[in-house]
Design a protein around this ligand. Structure first.
Ligand SMILES: C[S@@+](CC[C@H](N)C(=O)[O-])C[C@H]1O[C@@H](n2cnc3c(N)ncnc32)[C@H](O)[C@@H]1O
Length: 353
């Protein structure tokens, strides 16, 4: 049981910090196991000695031994002292190799590599309050973020959401399209629609264009550099925000823009990380992760876009439904419907003027 704040001693907090350091390094260890083939080599194999694991992976036995010990201390491997062997439990294999665990952690490790390299700059930006734009990360970050999108928003889920919204739009605008993964899913879902993705980060747009080419969709799927508060075109049947509204400096302005380019019978689809309505209900392991992402990634990007604006109101990554509804209302949307999706990490709203 976690002691209450009043019962804690400084020594206990140091212990907590040490656990935290192990956990943080564990992200890299788990990604290492993924990239070096260690998890795969151990899956279903029963107890194996470091020598046997090294033999299966063509790795250095001493390095493998230390990796195994670290993972056993972290609870991801079982250790048998009588045979000095390590076993990958079925539940861990299920989460890492048959579930999204390994891909998720690997993507985060990629993002952390970029964030580590730019950390001094980030600290300076945090201290001077100017924020830190998405474009200031490097390619590893954008790639890792896209890999997370592929885990969190697989094509089938996007299709299920679009089915629920029940439209057949002639044209679609995806705002904050990143590497274009959801945008491509939209174009596949609506084979007759013209689809445009816009993102302010040139490098992401260039990557998305290549992805559209490779998907064979370039004749009706385009990506352009553009700002959420200055949207191109008009008369869209659908305007989408996949995990992007909370990244914008002016979310009300972005939704008001979306409303202005929407067809009369059009819909805005808002996909945001799921969150409870009140801060106190988000103080959970998942909320902790999302608030950390908010502090280190999304909100600094938003703040970089509002410097000097007195009424700026970035949402944060755990906005919750009431604040999202209020933001939609402030942008002129009178009808807001929660879309049920079989994905507990996502909160999806359909907005109509
Ligand atoms: C979390 S990513 C989501 C990307 C994509 N929708 C996905 O789900 O993979 C947020 C995106 O918003 C973009 N972005 C941030 N501020 C923007 C702005 N003001 N206008 C347009 N795009 C912006 C970033 O470059 C980034 O690609």
């Amino acid at each position: 049981m976690i002691p209450t704040v009043d019962e804690r001693t400084p020594e206990m907090v140091i212990g907590q910090l040490i656990g935290e350091l192990g956990g943080s390094l564990g992200v890299l260890l788990t990604a290492l196991g993924n990239r070096a083939g260690l998890w795969t080599a151990m899956a279903g194999a029963g107890p194996l000695s470091p020598e046997e694991i090294a033999g299966r992976t063509a790795l250095n036995t001493i390095l493998v031994r230390e990796w195994c010990r670290a993972q056993a201390a972290g609870g991801y491997l079982d250790y048998r002292s009588d045979t000095n062997s390590f076993e990958l439990p079925d539940a861990v294999a299920g989460a890492l190799l048959h579930g999204p665990g390994a891909a998720m952690v690997d993507a985060c490790a990629e993002m952390l590599c970029s964030q580590g390299a730019e950390f001094d700059e980030f600290v300076t930006a945090f201290r001077n309050g100017g924020g830190f734009g998405w474009h200031r990360h490097d390619e590893r970050f954008w790639h890792g973020s896209d890999a997370l999108t592929k885990v969190a928003l697989p094509d089938e889920l996007i299709s299920a959401v679009l089915d629920q919204v029940g439209l057949a739009p002639g044209s679609v605008l995806d705002v904050g399209s990143g590497y274009g993964t959801p945008t491509i899913a939209i174009a596949r879902h609506f084979p007759a629609a013209r689809v445009l993705g816009i993102d302010y980060n040139e490098a992401s747009v260039a990557h998305a264009r290549r992805a559209a080419d490779e998907a064979g969709l370039a004749d009706r799927l385009r990506f352009e550099v553009g700002s959420a508060t200055d949207l191109p075109g008009s008369g869209y049947g659908l305007v989408t925000f996949f995990d992007s509204l909370h990244d914008f400096g002016d979310p009300v302005g972005a939704l008001a823009q979306a409303r202005s380019v929407l067809a009369d019978d059009g819909v805005v689809l808002l996909v945001e990380p799921a969150a409870a309505d009140r801060v106190e209900d988000n103080l959970t392991p998942s909320g902790r992760m999302f608030y950390a992402v908010s502090t280190l990634i999304c909100t600094p990007n938003a703040v970089s876009q509002v410097t000097g604006q007195e009424d700026a109101a970035p949402l944060g990554t755990q906005a919750g439904e009431p604040l999202l509804r209020a933001t939609a209302a402030a942008a002129g949307f009178g009808r807001v419907r929660r879309v049920d999706v079989p994905a507990p990490m996502n909160l999806v709203l359909a907005l109509k003027p």
